[in-house]
Structures are given as C-alpha cells and as structure tokens.
Design a protein around this ligand. Structure first.
Ligand code: M6P
Ligand code: ZN
Length: 186
C-alpha cells in the first residue's frame, strides 16, 4: 500500500501554504470604501496600499455541499484614524454554516455579530482557536504591529453575504483607545 506525501503544507508559524494551487484575493484601500468609520483618515491613505490578502485552497467548486475550503488570511498592521486594519466581514450566504478560525502569527480580534446585532469579540493570539456559530457575522482585526495571520476552514457551500454588512455594518468597531484595543459601539 502506497504512502504518499501530504497534499499540501501549512506553515503553522506564518500560515503560508505551499505544495498545491493557492488562490486568493487582495484587498487594498481602494477596495474598502465605506468600511472604516473615519472617512477623512481613510482619504489620506494611498489607494493601492495593501490591507489584507488571502491564500486559499479550493478542492471542490464553490457551492458544493459537504466539501470544505481552507485558507490563510494575512492582515497588514495599520489603522484608519483609531480603527485597526480589518477584513470586510460577512455573514454566510447559507447563514447556518459554521467556520473554524485559528491564529498563526500576530495578534488580533475576531469580531462577531448575531442577527439581533449583538456584537462581541474574542482575542486571537498564536494557537487560539475559534468556532464561529451559525447565523453570526465575522470580521478579523489586526491589533498588533506585525502582520496578523490566521487560518480558516469553512464549508464549500457557505458562501459570503457581504451585502448585509455593506448596508448596516457591524454594531461595534475595534478601536485603539489609549494604546489598547477596545470594542466600541458603532
Ligand atoms: C477567512 C475566511 C474567508 C474570507 C476571508 C476574508 O479566510 O472567512 O472566507 O473571505 O477570511 O474575509 P472577508 O471575506 O470578510 O473579507
Ligand atoms: Zn466566513
């Protein structure tokens, strides 16, 4: 019986994925209009400045029932006014689908919001593991001075609902207050 090499390798310190086809998105300042609260500070940033990128493995087509996707998100350090660099955030299009997050490097927050718009956050540090409940929007925030990287594993039929967040946002924002991350009502 044959024993083969692993399908791919994830570096558990950095989150870098090698050994297979990796696809992802880059989100630059110009892709994130309306996401951050301080529009004046936002307008001062270089439009092509990278805020975050993903490196994902998609073993089955998007929408496949019963499959999983795997990927790393790398969020650059930075702020827009007092607000830390962060992902757009989303509910799942199939809103009952869960997701696992696990931190590789850096420090951050996982901001969660239920359908009643109750918001809370969990600290993300290397090794921290987070199971995002069904019907819960999720966004990640880099609260440190280094690149913040975390892994994600989610159902291939979950999809992304960005529209709800574009319309109403999260009910809280992660801000640096006196040098410390705080979750503040939006
Ligand atoms: C994680 C996963 C992805 C998501 C990415 C960036 O890797 O949850 O599904 O795309 O973070 O987050 P967003 O899509 O909200 O920008
Ligand atoms: Zn998700």
């Amino acid at each position: 019986m044959e024993i083969s090499a692993p399908q791919f390798v994830t570096d558990w310190k950095t989150g870098v994925v090698t050994g297979t086809e990796v696809q992802g998105v880059e989100r630059r300042v110009s892709d994130l209009g309306g996401v951050f609260a301080d529009e004046g500070a936002f307008s001062q940033l270089r439009p092509d400045r990278l805020v975050y990128r993903t490196a994902c493995v998609f073993p089955v087509p998007e929408g496949t029932e019963g499959g999983v996707f795997w990927g790393t998100t790398f969020i650059e350090p930075g702020t827009v006014g007092a607000e830390y660099f962060m992902t757009k955030g989303h509910f799942h299009a199939k809103a009952d689908r869960m997701e696992a997050y696990f931190t590789f490097g850096g420090t951050g927050l996982l901001v969660l919001m239920d359908t009643a718009r109750n918001c809370w956050a969990e600290e993300m540090t290397p090794g921290s593991t987070h199971l995002i409940p069904p019907y819960t929007a999720h966004r990640t925030v880099n609260t440190g001075d280094d690149v913040f990287s975390f892994g994600a594993c989610w159902p291939s039929d979950a999809g992304h609902d960005y529209d709800s967040i574009a319309e109403s946002g999260f009910s809280a924002r992660a801000l640096r207050v006196d040098g410390i991350p705080r979750l503040v009502p939006a």
